[in-house]
Design a protein. Structure first.
Length: 85
């Protein structure tokens, strides 16, 4: 089963951009499809694989950077995420 996960990360830290980019890069390194827009990161692929990556990388972010907020939406299927205008 395929899934699309939309995730927004709000680090409670002045250096938020570096922290968000680190999260995105770790997800990309996991071998799943990662698409980014101005407000969220979209992760796509096999349901179990994507959710395992989300679980692992959220935990890693908490351990590395402390408090932050993640907002996660999980959808069935791989959505067409063409962000070009």
């Amino acid at each position: 089963m395929k899934t699309t996960v939309e995730i927004s990360n709000y680090p409670l830290n002045a250096d938020y951009e570096r922290i968000i980019l680190d999260f995105i890069e770790r997800c990309q390194a996991a071998g799943i499809t990662v698409k980014v827009n101005a407000t969220a990161t979209h992760l796509q692929g096999d349901y179990d694989t994507v959710l395992n990556v989300v679980q692992k990388e959220i935990k890693t972010s908490f351990e590395k950077y402390g408090k932050m907020i993640f907002v996660v939406k999980v959808l069935l299927g791989e959505l067409d995420l063409d962000f070009s205008m």
